[in-house]
Write a protein that binds this ligand. Structure first.
Ligand code: PAF
Length: 278
C-alpha cells in the first residue's frame, strides 16, 4: 500500500494509474476509521480496480467553537485498517500540503447547504466542498463513495459535482449501524456509557418516523412531534428534526415516500446526526 503526504506525488501516482488503464475508486475520510468507512471502501473496491482513501481532518469545515482540536485521530490504526481492506493508496496530507498559507479560493454551494446542518454550522459546507474539490483534483477518481449518514453532505457534493462538471460518479452507501442501532461515527468515541445509551433515542426517533408514516400518517408536523418527544424523553438537546424532499432538501408538509427524516442532536457536548429515507 502506498502512503502519500504530498499532493503532487499523489496526483502523479493517480495519473500514472489512469494512464495504465486502472480505474480509481475514492473514499474521502477524516480518519479514525470504523466499519462504516470499511463498507465505503468495499463499495469502491467493487466498482474500481484500485481504491484510494484520504485521511485528513479538514480545519476549514469546523467552526471556531467546534471539535477540530479534539477530533479523534489514529493514523497508525487507519493505515492498518486500509492495508487490511486492500486499499492501494492512502493520501494523508499535512495541513500545509493541503492549503497554501495565502489560499484565497473556495467552493460555495448556495442552496442545499443553507438549511439543516448549514444553519447551525455556518461555513461548514464551504469547507467540505472546497476540500473535496481539491481531493478530486488531486486523486482524479472515476468513482467517489460517500455515506448516507451525512445525507446533506452527499446532496451538496452531488450538486457541486454536477454544477462544476467534475468527471466523477458519486455512489452513496447505506448507513452502517452498531448492533443496537446507533449509526457508526468517529464521534461516538466521545460518548460516556450513559450518553451512549441516551443516543439510541436518535435511531428510535427515526424508526418512529418510519413506522408512523407507514401506519398512514402523512402530516410532517405530527411525525416530527413524535420524533421530538422521543428525543426529549431521553434528554437529548435537539439541534433540528426535519423531514425534507430527497433532492432539494426542502422541508415538506405532507410526507411522501422517498422523503428523508433527519435529526441532529447533542448528547452532552457531542453533536450526532442520523437520517432515514422513508
Ligand atoms: O464526511 C467526512 O468525513 C468529511 O466531511 C469529508 C467528506 C472527508 C471532507 O472532509
Amino acid at each position: 500500500m502506498r502512503i502519500f503526504k504530498d499532493a503532487d506525488e499523489m496526483q502523479r501516482w493517480s495519473m500514472e494509474q489512469r494512464i495504465s488503464g486502472n480505474t480509481i475508486g475514492f473514499v474521502p475520510t477524516m480518519g479514525y476509521l470504523h466499519n462504516g468507512h470499511l463498507s465505503l471502501i468495499e463499495e469502491a473496491r467493487a466498482e474500481c480496480d484500485l481504491v484510494v482513501v484520504s485521511v485528513f481532518v479538514n480545519p476549514a469545515q469546523f467552526g471556531p467553537k467546534e471539535d477540530f482540536g479534539s477530533y479523534p485521530r489514529d493514523a497508525r490504526g487507519d493505515l492498518e485498517m486500509c492495508e487490511g481492506a486492500g486499499v492501494a493508496a492512502v493520501f494523508m496530507p499535512t495541513l500545509d500540503a493541503m492549503y497554501a498559507k495565502d489560499a484565497s479560493v473556495g467552493v460555495n454551494e448556495t442552496s442545499l447547504s443553507l438549511g439543516l446542518c448549514g444553519t447551525s454550522r455556518p461555513g461548514h459546507f464551504r469547507g467540505v466542498c472546497t476540500v473535496v474539490a481539491k481531493l478530486l483534483n488531486i486523486i482524479q477518481p472515476q468513482v467517489m463513495v460517500l455515506g448516507q449518514k451525512d445525507y446533506q453532505q452527499a446532496a451538496v457534493l452531488t450538486r457541486m459535482i454536477r454544477d462544476l462538471n467534475f468527471p466523477v460518479e458519486l455512489k452513496i452507501a447505506p448507513i452502517m449501524r452498531e448492533p443496537d442501532g446507533l449509526a457508526m461515527s468517529s464521534r461516538n468515541i466521545y460518548l460516556t456509557k450513559e450518553q451512549r445509551s441516551q443516543a439510541l433515542a436518535i435511531g428510535a426517533a427515526l424508526t418512529k418516523a418510519h413506522d408512523c408514516f407507514y401506519a398512514g400518517e402523512s402530516s410532517a408536523d405530527e411525525i416530527k412531534r413524535q420524533m421530538r418527544a422521543e428525543l426529549q424523553e431521553n434528554a437529548l438537546d435537539i439541534d433540528y428534526v426535519e423531514i425534507v424532499n430527497g433532492l432539494e432538501l426542502r422541508p415538506v408538509q405532507s410526507v411522501e415516500m422517498g422523503n428523508v427524516a433527519l435529526i441532529a442532536a447533542f448528547c452532552g457536548k457531542t453533536r450526532l446526526i442520523d437520517n432515514c429515507i422513508l
